[in-house]
Design a protein around this ligand. Structure first.
Ligand SMILES: NC(=O)c1ccc[n+]([C@@H]2O[C@H](COP(=O)([O-])OP(=O)(O)OC[C@H]3O[C@@H](n4cnc5c(N)ncnc54)[C@H](O)[C@@H]3O)[C@@H](O)[C@H]2O)c1
Length: 281
């Protein structure tokens, strides 16, 4: 079966679909003949994504949701069932960025990042899993982690912590759903040219006050991760170029782009050295 046939007639639900990677995912699924549901805290941008799909003859619905709000996500699943009767691919893609040295982040900053990036994924999956289970055909859940899940950098500790948690969650989900033949994939993009900082600032609850963004934090972070911005920052469209093939193959990890093999090797070699020391008498 070719990859397009694998997805055709399915229904894809994507969070964070008003922009960047989420919008590019929606467009990829729609081009494969799937009905799509675009969810975003920015309802106007979600609707714009759905309109783009309808403009090319596809079927699309949009809804304004905050992934940190479990009840809102339940509502989105009910609306999806009503409109499409199924969910065969779910992309839990929302993540917000919060720069700052660890000792400058407040407890409220932490709570927001963890509520959206970690519990947001949990609410997304918990709300849609019953519908996925009832849906027939090839079923898949993709969760957007980050290169930060493998290569930590300074000045983005809250984000990195949340993306490590996302990876642990998704790895467990993959094991727990394997018997039901629901595929699960962790997507780990490196830097992308998106509205991430702008949309994170817009989505931040007013009660937290404005996030303090220092240019210096971004420069120090980039230097600590030894990543070359010129070569390793990509468009979201580039990041999704193999998405359908990767999901159809039920890849465990998808590294969309970016070159950080050296950092990954350093980390895993350190773990293996620690492991081997642990075997010594
Ligand atoms: N941009 C990068 O460099 C980069 C790198 C690695 C991983 N990622 C991850 O990719 C994913 C997509 O980010 P992007 O770069 O496309 O950013 P983006 O800003 O273009 O898109 C994110 C979307 O999420 C929405 N959103 C924010 N908070 C929300 C909430 N509480 N509920 C619902 N929607 C919410 C925003 O309105 C926005 O439309 C995120 O998980 C991000 O952490 C991004």
């Amino acid at each position: 079966m070719n990859t397009q046939d694998y997805f055709r007639d399915g229904v894809a639900v994507v969070t964070g679909a008003g922009s960047g990677l989420g919008r590019a995912m929606v467009q990829r699924f729609a081009a494969a003949g799937m009905g799509v549901v675009a969810l975003d805290i920015d309802g106007a941008r979600a609707e714009e994504t759905a309109r783009m799909v309808r403009g090319t003859g596809g079927q699309a619905m949009a809804m304004q949701v905050d992934v940190a709000d479990a009840a809102a996500m339940e509502g989105a699943a009910v609306a999806t069932a009503r409109a499409f009767g199924a969910c065969t691919v779910l992309c839990a893609n929302v993540g917000v960025q919060q720069f700052g040295a660890l000792d400058r982040l407040t407890a409220r900053d932490w709570r927001w990042v963890l509520d959206v990036n970690v519990l947001g994924v949990v609410h997304t999956v918990n709300s849609f899993l019953p519908l996925i289970r009832k849906s027939s055909g090839h079923r898949h859940i993709a969760v957007t982690a980050s290169s930060a899940s493998l290569t930590p950098g300074v000045r983005m500790g809250a984000y990195t912590t949340s993306k490590y948690a996302v990876l642990g969650y998704t790895e467990t989900l993959r094991m727990e759903l394997a018997e039901e033949k629901i595929g699960v994939t962790s997507i780990l993009p490196a830097g992308m040219i998106t509205r991430h900082l702008e949309s994170s600032a817009a989505a931040r609850p007013a009660a937290l006050g404005q996030a303090e963004i220092r240019r210096e934090d971004i420069d120090v972070m980039m230097a600590s991760r030894k990543m070359d911005t010129a070569g390793h920052v990509a468009s979201p469209e580039h990041a999704v170029r193999h998405l359908l093939e990767d999901l159809a193959a039920n890849e465990r990890f998808v590294i969309t782009h970016g070159e950080y093999r050296v950092q990954v090797m350093e980390t895993y070699e350190a773990i293996l050295r620690a492991h081997d020391r642990g075997q010594e008498a």
